[in-house]
Design a binder for this molecule. Structure first.
Ligand code: C5P
Length: 403
């Protein structure tokens, strides 16, 4: 009961993600919080006041001009009676109204009148999320101190995919706990090392060998571990992703640099090796750009093996993290290869996934993984990479010995 006695005013705006709100209310109540809901006109198209009322065991407020509401519980009282205002789902429209300081319905008026902390959980179509107007509104709100959770990446109701899905209720509850309580997260006091992204192995000053890893899964894992209170060191190859909030990021290019950065980050309680490290590098990268010479044959690239970062850090020794998690991206015989890899590299767990092009996993927003431990194989359903990250982070928290 991490949220015992906490009072949450939950503003529900009009998005398909409102279907997750009943689950959010239930989760908050389980944690001991009191929940009062404000439902916008749009929100009422997706979830009924009766549902929210039954689950929150409080009446639901919608109408700013209702005399009884204004005399019994006006917009100022709604804000006064809360420790935190949560907007979930926060639509592009409501975020724009917040940024502009409009007070054109009860939700916007409460948000304008409040001096309480505010957490928004955006949910919208990916193009609306990526539109410059929404980006500007988010920057304005964050500069004013509004907290943000999500949105997650994944397939959307409109069949597009990308960032725009409302974060799952457990993640929203975790963000609320972090804002409202001193209760430490389950990974507080722990240090976790994460690798992410590809590596770039130079051929000459302008060319390199690389792979298609986007770093999405590794970055999501770093963010999920930090959300549970861990101190996270993320060693990342070249990616076009923003640094996850609250994570110390060390950017590297090559496998050799990645290994050095990982070793420098030790000791760690746990390590997750999600990077797609190049297996080979060019033995002798040219100091100058290789030139095409008419009449001479194409250059031959001699390759040498890169160090295996996972195997190096998982080898027995005083610096070995208590829990070492590797990844296995395979295109065939996935489970057999992954099981062999767990033993060969001395990893405790391997997260195996099929990266055949048809799966759309490499570079995509979703993942379908199998967790291989000493106890056997668990098949996880296909889900957003953020959700895989959260589940894995929770499992890591559960697997570390009590301090
Ligand atoms: O051997 P393979 O590349 O399939 O192994 C995958 C796992 O090993 C991943 O966890 C990856 O991050 C890690 N790895 C590594 N250093 C390498 C190659 C792989 O840490 N040079």
């Amino acid at each position: 009961m991490n949220l015992a006695g906490k009072r949450i005013l939950l503003i529900v705006a009009g998005g398909i993600a409102a279907f997750k709100v009943p689950e959010l209310i239930r989760a908050l109540r389980r944690e001991g919080a009191a929940v009062r809901c404000v439902l916008t006109t749009g929100g009422a198209q997706f979830v009924t006041p009766l549902t929210l009322q039954a689950l929150s065991e409080n009446r639901v407020y919608s109408d700013i001009f209702s005399l009884t509401d204004e005399s019994e519980m006006g917009h100022i009282q709604l804000s006064r009676g809360a420790d935190l205002i949560v907007v979930a789902p926060a639509t592009a429209n409501l975020l724009a109204r917040m940024a502009a300081g409009l007070a054109d319905d009860l939700a916007a008026t409460v948000l304008l009148a409040t001096d309480k902390p505010v957490l928004v959980a955006p949910a919208m179509n990916v193009r609306m999320w990526q539109h410059a107007a929404t980006a500007t509104n988010m920057a304005i709100l964050q500069a004013r101190g509004v907290h943000v959770i999500g949105p997650d990446e994944g397939v959307m109701a409109c069949n597009e995919y990308g960032p725009g899905r409302m974060s799952e209720p457990p993640a929203i509850v975790e963000a609320i706990r972090a804002m409202l309580t001193d209760v430490p997260g389950p990974l507080a006091g722990r240090h976790v090392l994460v690798t992410s992204g590809p590596t770039h192995e130079p051929i000459d000053p302008v060319r390199y060998l690389a792979n298609r890893s986007s770093g999405r899964q590794g970055h999501a894992i770093a963010a999920a571990l930090a959300a549970l209170g861990a101190r996270v060191s993320l060693v990342s190859g070249p990616v076009s992703l923003p640094d996850p909030a609250g994570v110390a990021v060390q950017r590297v290019e090559t496998a050799i640099e990645m290994l050095a950065a990982c070793q420098a980050a030790l000791p760690a309680d746990a390590a997750v090796f999600a990077a797609a490290v190049a297996d080979w590098r060019v033995a002798q990268a040219a100091g100058q750009k290789l030139k095409k010479q008419p009449g001479t044959p194409a250059p031959k690239l001699a390759l040498v093996a890169n160090p295996d970062i996972l195997a190096t850090l998982a080898a027995p020794g005083p610096q070995r993290p208590h829990l070492v998690v590797g990844f296995a991206a395979e295109t065939h015989d996935m489970l057999a290869h992954a099981k062999a890899k767990r033993q060969r590299k001395n990893a405790d767990w391997i997260v195996a996934n099929d990266v055949s092009p048809a799966t759309g996993i490499m570079g995509g927003a979703e993942n379908e993984v199998h967790l291989i431990t000493a106890a056997g194989i668990e098949d996880w359903p296909r889900m957003a990479k953020d959700e895989v990250a959260r589940r894995l982070a929770a499992r890591i928290a559960g697997a570390l010995p009590v301090k």
